[in-house]
Structure formats: C-alpha cells, structure tokens
Design a protein around this ligand. Structure first.
Ligand code: FUL
Length: 740
C-alpha cells in the first residue's frame, strides 16, 4: 500500500466532505427533521448573492419621482392626463446628479413609468410618453439624460417601472386586464428593434404582459448597466383580473442585466414595510420562507420581527432577503408646491443612521420640480447631509489599536484591516465572545461601527454591548442587537484608551469584519414646535439651555428675532419659524417651521355614527395627534359609512379640510374613500368634495382635501365610505380646517 498517496486521497476526501457540509448559498432548504439548533446552524450558511452583496455596499441611494404628477400636483395620476402637461422648463439631469453625488448617494433610480403609465423615455410601446409631450418637441428622453449625467459621475442606475398601468386600464381598448389569453410573444416585438437585438426572447404573455415586457426590454437594453429594477406592489385600481408572468420578467432581467437586483415585488431586495423611514431595531437579512423564493408571491412584510430564532422555527427555506428603507425627502413622493414639508438635515441624518447603520440600504426620494430641477431647499439640505456624514467618518480612531480576543479561530487583527471580507471569528460553538482593543493613546469618540463578514459567513450576531475603560473599570456606553452588513451606534462623546466589545449572543459563532470608532461633529438639536388644544404654542430643544429665537411673520429667524421664553397663544394659526443657538450664536440649529390653521379649542362634536369607549370622537378635534377617534370593532360593531359632524362655533371661510390618520403606525380604520359636506346652520348641507386618498395605505401622512371654491360654513360633516383594509372601522387622529 502506498501510504502517502492514500493519506493524500483521504485528506482530499475529507476536505471535500467539509466543503460540502459548509456550502453557503443565498437559499437553503430546511429538512422537516431539523430541530431549531440545526435550523439556526443552517441560517449561518445563508449569504448574499453577488448582486445582493454589490447592492448592499451602495448604502445610500436616490429615488427620483418625476412625471405628469409633478405638474398636476397629485400623488397618483389617473392615466388619462394629457401628455402636454409634461413640460419641464429647465430640465437638467446633471443638477440632479450633482446633488446626489454631494449627498453621498451612489445610485439614481428614476420612475421611468409610474402608475399613470406615462413613460419618461421614448418607448415604442405606447404614445403615452415624452414623445407626445411638448418637452423638447417630443424629442426628449429623461432616462437617457439621467443615465448620461450619472455615468459621468460614477453614479449607478436603477429603474422603477410600475407594473400597474392606469393608462392601459382607462384608455379605450387598453390592454391592462382586458382578459386576453397568454400566447407566445417575441420580445422585443418591434420589428426595428428585432433587427438590432442581440437576442430575441419568447414567452407566453397576455396583451398587457407583452407590452410591459417590451418596456422592460427597452430600459434594460438601451441604457447600459442597470443595478436595480424596482417593481412596486401598489396598484391604484386592483380587481381588473390582470395577472403577471413574473417568471418571464425575472428570466429576461437575469439574462439582460445579470448584475441588477430585482427589488420590492421581487426576489432580491425586500421593502422595509413602510414609507415613513421607520426602521426595525433588529433587521435580519436571513428570513424564513414557506416556499422556494422563485415561485413565491412575496407578501408585504410589515411585521417587526421577521428573522429571530422564534421565526426560524418551522421554516421551509432560509433565504437572504435584505431590506431597503424607502422614504421621501418631502411629504409625498412627487413635488407639489413650495409649502410641501421638506425633512430637515437632522431628520435625514437620523434616518441615515437607523437605515444604513441598521443593516438596510437607504433609498431616499428626491422630487424634481416643474422646472425639472431638484428644488434649492432640498438640494442644500442634502449637500449638508453629505458633508456631515463624510466629516463624521473621516478617521477610524481604532485603526492602530492592539486587539485581544477571548478566542480566535481567525486572527482578530482582521477587524482593523478595513476589509469587510476578512474577519475575526471564534471557534464554532462559542456563541459569546469578547474583543478588547488597546487604542493608540486616549481618544475622543461618539460612534461605534461594526460589520460582520456577511459575504461568506452570513448574519450571526444577535446581541452585543460596548464598554470603555473608565477610571479603572469597564463602563458600558452602547448596546445593540443584530449587526449584519453594518451596525452604527451613537452615544455621547467619551474619552478612552481601551474599549471592549462583548458579543452576548450569536448563531454558532460571531464574526467581526470591521470595527470602527469615530468622532462625529456634535450638532445642536433642532427646536420642535407644538400647539396644544388650548391654542398655546411651546418650543422645545433637546440640547440643554439654548437660546431660541422665533418669528411669526414668515421671515427666517436670526439673533435679532424674538426670544422664546414661555408658551404663547396662536388661536388663528400662522407660520411659526424657530432656531436654537448656543454660545451667543456660534452654534446654530437649522430653522424649523410649523404651519398652523385655526385652533380647534372652541369646536364641539355634534353627532357621531359610532365611537369606542376608549377612543371617543372628541379625540379627533383635541389638537393632539397622539390621541384618536376609533369606531368600535368586532362582530356586532356598526359598519360603514361612518360620519362625524363638527360645530366650529363660528362661520369660517373654508378652502378645505385636513384629515390626519392615526399616528401609531397601525392601519386599522384609516379612511380611504371620503365625502365632505358643509353647512351654515346644521340643517341644510352642501356637498364640498368626495374622493379617495391616494397611496394613504403605504404613506399615512396628513391629507389635505381642497374644495373647488371657498365655502362659508359653521358645520362640517365628514363621512368615510370605506377604509384602507376594506373593513368596517374608521379611525382619525385629527380633523382640521384650511382657511389660508
Ligand atoms: C408606492 C407608490 O404607490 C407611490 O406612489 C410611490 O411610487 C412609492 C415609492 O411606492 O407604492
């Protein structure tokens, strides 16, 4: 027997056996016999696909909602808009890209087609596009110009293509939901495009699917590399019977743009579950799935816990399905007017920390205006966001530290080599572990950045704590739950020469790929402005002892403006603008503003269809957004329609009214279809407006119902004809009037 050869053979066998056992993938099947421990072990073998990993590293990316809605001022168009409305006066894609770049964003994703069906590129599939608009005499191409400007600055490209298409629903002989049978269709279908096509696809498609796939084909073949394709789940007109051959869509995307992730209603990237920028404390990228993800029709995953050990129990498959946090810089996805709320730098940075530093990608929407430019106010804020973030992470103060690990299968020095693919890991089975870093001298810092090696080892850490060595003892300054791609902890500035990371719980054994300590500039908090039901305005600031200046005439406050001392009355409404200052104005906050209309102090509820004991109707006119009116629920509870009649106690000249949905993040009873009537005497009623709140399910922010003309009225009757869930209840946080 030849011993050395046999040994080599046996070792090779062993090597392959081990490799086999530890094979990683972005999808892993769970055996019905697997116990929880085995499922947890398998979950550590779930890693991102290459395209998912590339996408995750983009961190901060831009959405751009632009189209007919920009010009008509609505959130959802009807699909029957005249293409002539689309006519930006000063369109400049390079201005968009410069704002995106300065903001620190890495990709630009355009609504190439929103629900109204209007295409922002000159498509062959419909006349409902830029070709029929007066813009550039029908020779313009928004997507084309954006791509060109973005490539020049190394910004990647994403496309949003709404599967729901109101133009194809509403136009005579439209294809959407027309009941046509699927038949073999060549993509591209246009004979001219076929002549130059590298490849012609054939799928079984009905009329609308064929049109949609031709649109997809055009955007995927005419604009170079696309990194993300965004399929919205929203449909303003469900119930047409239209179905989609998603398998065909995904097949063609994979072949034409293998690097692109398919997001939201798609297999690679998941919607975070809300449009308000709310993030989870523990965001898992490894999720249990009941079916193979290729055949799975993804429901909206809105729950708080999607991937804890408890959720893994009983899983059929474990799948890498990371979250994207999507929200808009303004209230609403499209530009509406100059009064539309623009989020402050402080709010944007806070969302950035929670999303990028909370294991998600942050997709922030920008709203080009009717000129075709990102409004100056928004641009300035985004540039400030970019400056603050880059100043905060300029220098990793841990870089020259000496690292000691409680146990190391791979070197603990790997955490400081700035490479997210090399890592420290204790031996399997060590679910708890510690790292102590002796820094290169005393350092001052207020941020901790951790990354796991998700690329090859998946997501494992479940809980950790971070301590500094302080006067001869360890002192905890931060803690956290999951890490995944990145976790950033913020804490008040500390000084220390030695720090400790304690992994308190992990799956099998943790990994740390990078470890960073940073000193972010400390920023003075913005003041917040409240008005209570007695019409008293209070201005507060989290930073202790600032001087707050404010104005009531719409001008920007400065050091010469009124100084806020105590709450003041504002019964008739108006705009309050405030700024906080410390050190005699050496440090200033942003200017914040709050618009109020007439205060509800003297209003009463005259009549209400139904009210739950704990949620009386009076809560809807108490000026307090945290309380609400809710109708009773359960089998015997009264159903729709629901109504409330409010007596203002005086006649008001109404431009309209506002409805603030409940603010606790729940959707129960949120109104969809409404009717508003008004009256001078409480007996004779005049219809003022009936309609539906567009996109309120996904984005339940304050809704304004504007009347066609100003109406004098003392009484308001608001009727809900249906809610967003199609169930019988109604809820309302506040009703208000618009008299401006
Ligand atoms: C939603 C759409 O209905 C909104 O209009 C917006 O495009 C948002 C990003 O997705 O579902």
């Amino acid at each position: 027997m030849n011993y050395p050869r046999t040994i080599v053979f046996l070792l090779t066998l062993l090597f392959f056996a081990c490799q086999q056992k530890e094979k990683t993938s972005n999808i892993i099947k769970v055996d019905p016999e697997d116990n929880l421990e085995e499922i947890v072990r398998k979950s550590t073998l779930v890693v991102p696909s290459e395209r998912q990993y590339d996408w995750q590293q983009l961190e901060f990316i831009a959405f751009l909602h632009f189209g007919p809605n920009t010009f008509t001022g609505v959130e959802w168009g009807t699909g029957m808009e005249d293409p002539a409305v689309f006519n930006p006066t000063d369109f400049d894609a390079s201005q968009w890209v410069s704002v995106i770049k300065d903001g620190g964003m890495k990709l630009a994703m355009l609504t190439a087609k929103h629900h109204d069906g209007f295409c922002l590129w000159p498509t062959t599939t419909t006349n409902h596009s830029v070709k029929s608009s007066p813009w550039k005499n029908g020779n313009g191409d928004v997507l084309g110009e954006l791509v060109e400007a973005a490539r020049a600055e190394d910004i990647e490209i994403g496309v949003y293509l709404s599967p729901a298409d109101l133009h194809e629903i509403e136009r005579p002989n439209g294809t959407y939901g027309n009941g046509s049978e699927p038949k073999p269709v060549k993509i591209p279908s246009d004979p001219e495009l076929q002549k130059t096509a590298d490849r012609i696809f054939e799928y079984e498609l009905d009329d609308y699917d064929a049109l949609f796939m031709n649109q997809l084909y055009e955007v995927l073949t005419q604009y170079g590399p696309i990194e993300e394709v965004w399929f919205d789940g929203a449909n303003p007109k469900p119930g047409t019977g239209q179905t989609y051959n998603r398998e065909a869509w995904y097949d063609m995307i994979r072949k034409l743009q293998p690097g692109a992730v398919i997001a939201i209603k798609g297999p690679d990237v998941r919607w975070c579950g809300n449009e308000a920028g709310i993030t989870r404390e523990s965001e898992w990228s490894v999720l249990p799935v009941p079916e193979h993800p290729d055949n799975y029709d993804w429901p909206d995953l809105r729950q708080e816990d999607l991937g804890s050990r408890e959720k893994l129990e009983g899983a059929e498959y474990l799948y890498w399905y990371p979250a994207e946090t999507n929200t808009s810089i303004r209230h609403g996805w499209f530009y509406r007017d100059d009064e539309q709320y623009v989020k402050t730098v402080e709010e944007l940075i806070d969302t950035w920390y929670r999303s990028v530093g909370g294991n998600t990608v942050f997709l922030l929407n920008l709203t080009p205006d009717r000129r075709g430019l990102i409004p100056e106010k928004d641009a300035a804020r985004l540039r400030e966001v970019g400056n603050i973030i880059s100043a905060s992470f300029e220098e990793n103060l841990a870089l020259n530290a000496e690292v000691e690990a409680s146990d190391a299968e791979t070197s603990s020095a790997n955490i400081l080599d700035e490479n997210a693919e090399t890592f420290w890991k204790p031996a399997d089975g060590n679910e708890q572990a510690e790292l102590v870093l002796t820094l290169d001298g005393e350092k001052e810092f207020n941020r901790l950045v951790l990354q796991e090696c998700i690329k090859t080892r998946g997501q494992r850490i479940e809980r950790f704590a971070f301590d500094i060595w302080d006067n001869g003892d360890w002192k905890e300054v931060a803690d956290g739950t999951v890490v995944g791609y990145k976790n950033i902890r913020r804490f008040p500035m500390v000084n220390a020469g030695k720090v400790r990371l304690r992994i308190l719980q992990s799956r099998v054994a943790p990994t740390i790929a990078t470890f960073g300590l940073y000193k972010a500039p400390e920023i003075l908090s913005n003041p917040s402005i409240y008005r209570n039901k007695e019409c008293m305005v209070t201005i507060r600031c989290q930073t202790p002892d600032p001087v707050i200046h404010y104005t009531l005439d719409g001008s920007d406050p400065d050091a010469g403006s009124m100084v806020y001392g105590r709450p003041f009355e504002l019964p008739d409404g108006g705009v309050v603008k405030a700024i906080a200052m410390i050190d005699n104005g050496a440090q200033k906050s942003e200017i914040v503003e709050e618009r109020f209309d007439i205060c509800p102090a003297g209003w009463t509820v005259e009549e209400v269809s139904a009210q739950h004991n704990s949620y009386p109707a009076i809560n809807a006119i108490d000026g307090n957004p945290s309380t609400m009116w809710h109708t009773p629920w359960g089998d015997k509870a009264p159903g729709h329609p629901h109504s409330i009649t409010i007596d203002f106690g005086e006649t008001l000249a109404l431009n309209g009214i506002s409805y603030l949905p409940r603010t606790d993040g729940q959707l129960g009873g949120v109104c969809k279809h409404y009717k508003v009537e008004v009256s001078k005497n409480g007996t004779d009623w005049e219809p003022a407006r009936e309609g539906v709140f567009d996109n309120i399910r996904n984005n339940p922010v304050k809704q304004e119902i504007l009347f066609e003309k100003i109406i004098d009225a003392r009484y308001l009757k608001f009727t809900s004809l249906s809610n967003v869930n199609g169930s019988e209840t109604l809820s309302a946080a506040e009703f208000g009037v618009i008299t401006r």
